[in-house]
Design a protein around this ligand. Structure first.
Ligand code: KIV
Ligand code: ZN
Length: 510
């Protein structure tokens, strides 16, 4: 490999998907994988095939459909896992099995009750076994940052002897700090005799908020690959954020002198898509992709930025693909204008999809004077990425006020038949949800409800994200409208429609 390059290994679909409540279905995973390919990541870790039929299916479909990056699957250091991973990856043009075993003392004693030599033998055997399937094998000593160094060096050497092409050093519990973690990477390079035969990778968790700093310190000390996720999502406090690592390397080329192959203009769109499909909202002050990342509030800053952006901007919004042309379309814009604006934003649509988007656009444009790029993105997300709709909203009527019992009447269409119910509730949204529950003859637990304005102004599009819980599944639904009650109803129905799909799949499997 080129020594100035840093390999970007994206694990949004594996470690990222382990974020609480972020379960994605197979079509959603394929959609994200395709966007990751456009972002030009080097490796996509598509999932953990042995862990569930959905995971297996997702890795298999991504291996079949996504071209460009290496497609990796995760496997414990066990034949069963490796067989399943190889099976899922068999059609990939560039497959990689990523096998791991924990190596820290606490894991050896409490989880495995095995000696260091036994674990080392398991690691060696796993890599050797995986080599029967493919050449590209990654090995991770899980919890490396808390593993005794002598044992860590020994197990890395053994894995490379067995044929590992990549050695990944995880800080599984986000325990390390930059000086220490960078020092560990330097020592591995210096003290593992055969290290130059494999690529050295790092994988940092964010429990102390240091995942990105630790990854960057590792790069300065010779790491060649970093494992990261979009928006930093992942187990507990998450993983190192891809966009933060990439934009640091880009913005501070002077210090790092390393580059990635990432198409940075795709960052914003990828971030939005991952947030939308997982239902994990991005904090406004999140570096690079947060809503405020490029907003200048103070008068002094605004004045200086107008004189020269470089006063307070170390990178441009355009460099991450943030739409800069804010006012775009209105009620009188035609289909052609919409198509051309969508293409500028990077969305190539088939005629049928464009027609569907145009219909929605007209409804929004009727209520709002100006339709912004952000509005268009929400329309696309809700219509193209949305689930297949078994139940559709035909109408709703709400009566509410501070002296009234909130009441909702809802009409839903299913197979060309209209079903209507009315219900009272604690508020208009609650009443609407109860009326829907009457129609579906089902109750679900509401895990989370969030409302945010897509753009500024009184007529802004409100976007609602909802999490419902049923049968132990967390399902995310989204809906947008200039009317927040309609947005809430749409989000609830989106989640219910996804639940129907999940239930059917579950029944088919059992
Ligand atoms: O955090 C971790 O240790 C992991 C490994 C499986 C690489 O995710
Ligand atoms: Zn991890």
């Amino acid at each position: 490999m080129d020594e100035n390059e840093v390999i970007i290994f994206d694990t949004t679909l594996r470690d990222g998907e382990q974020s609480p409540g972020a379960s994605l279905d197979v079509p959603q995973k394929i959609m994200i994988a395709q966007q990751l390919a456009r972002l030009n990541v080097d490796v996509i870790e598509a999932g953990f095939p042995v862990s569930s039929p959905v995971q297996f299916e997702a890795v298999k479909s991504i291996a079949e459909e996504v071209q460009g990056p290496v497609i990796a699957g995760l496997a414990r250091a066990m034949k069963l896992d490796i067989d399943s991973c190889a099976q899922a990856l068999k059609t990939a043009k560039r497959p990689r099995i990523h096998t791991f075993i924990a190596t820290s003392q606490v894991h050896l004693e409490k989880k495995f009750r095995k000696s260091e030599d036994e674990i080392l033998a398991m690691a060696y055997e796993a890599v050797k076994y995986a080599k029967n399937y493919f050449n590209d094998i990654e090995f991770s000593p899980e919890d490396s940052a808390r593993t005794g160094k002598q044992f860590l060096f020994r197990i890395i050497e053994a894995a490379i002897d067995a044929g590992a092409t990549v050695i990944n050093i995880p800080d599984t519990v986000g325990y390390s700090f930059p000086d220490e973690f960078g020092g560990l990477i330097r020592e591995i390079r210096e003290k593992v005799p055969n290290m130059s035969k494999a690529i050295l990778s790092v994988h940092c968790h964010n429990d102390l908020g240091l995942a990105v700093a630790n990854s960057l310190s590792a790069i300065l000390n010779g790491a060649q690959q970093v494992e990261c996720t979009i928006n930093g999502i992942g187990e507990r406090a998450g993983n190192a954020s891809l966009e933060e690592i990439v934009m640091t390397l880009e913005t501070r080329k002077d210090a790092f002198k390393r580059r990635t192959r990432i198409q940075t203009e795709e960052i914003y769109r990828t971030s939005k898509m991952v947030s939308h499909l997982t239902g994990i909202i991005i904090q406004p002050n999140k570096a690079i992709v947060g809503a405020n990342a490029f907003a200048h509030e103070s008068g002094i800053h605004q004045d200086a930025v107008l004189k020269d952006k470089r006063t307070y901007e170390i990178m441009t919004p355009e460099s991450i693909g943030l739409p800069s042309n804010r006012i775009v379309l209105g009620r009188h814009s035609g289909r052609h204008g919409l198509k051309s604006r969508l293409e500028t934003l990077g969305y190539q649509m088939a005629t049928e999809e464009l027609n569907q988007i145009y219909e929605e656009f007209l409804k929004i444009a009727d209520k709002k004077k100006e339709v912004f790029d952000e509005d268009l993105e929400v329309i696309i997300e809700n219509n193209i990425y949305g689930s297949r709709k078994e139940l559709e909203l035909t109408y709703f009527h709400i009566s509410s006020g501070n002296q009234l019992v909130p009441t909702a009447t809802i009409g839903l269409k299913k197979d060309d038949k209209i079903y209507q119910e009315a219900a009272c509730g604690d508020g208009p949204v609650d009443a609407a949800f109860k009326a829907i529950d009457k129609i579906t003859n089902m109750t679900v637990e509401l895990g989370d409800y969030q409302l945010h304005a897509v753009t500024g102004g009184k007529d802004a599009l409100g976007e609602v994200t909802i999490k419902i819980i049923k049968n132990g599944w967390n399902i995310v639904g989204r809906g947008a409208s200039t009317d927040v009650i309609e947005a809430s109803i749409k989000a609830y129905l989106d989640a219910i429609n996804k639940l129907f799909i999940k239930q059917r799949k579950h029944n088919d499997h059992n």
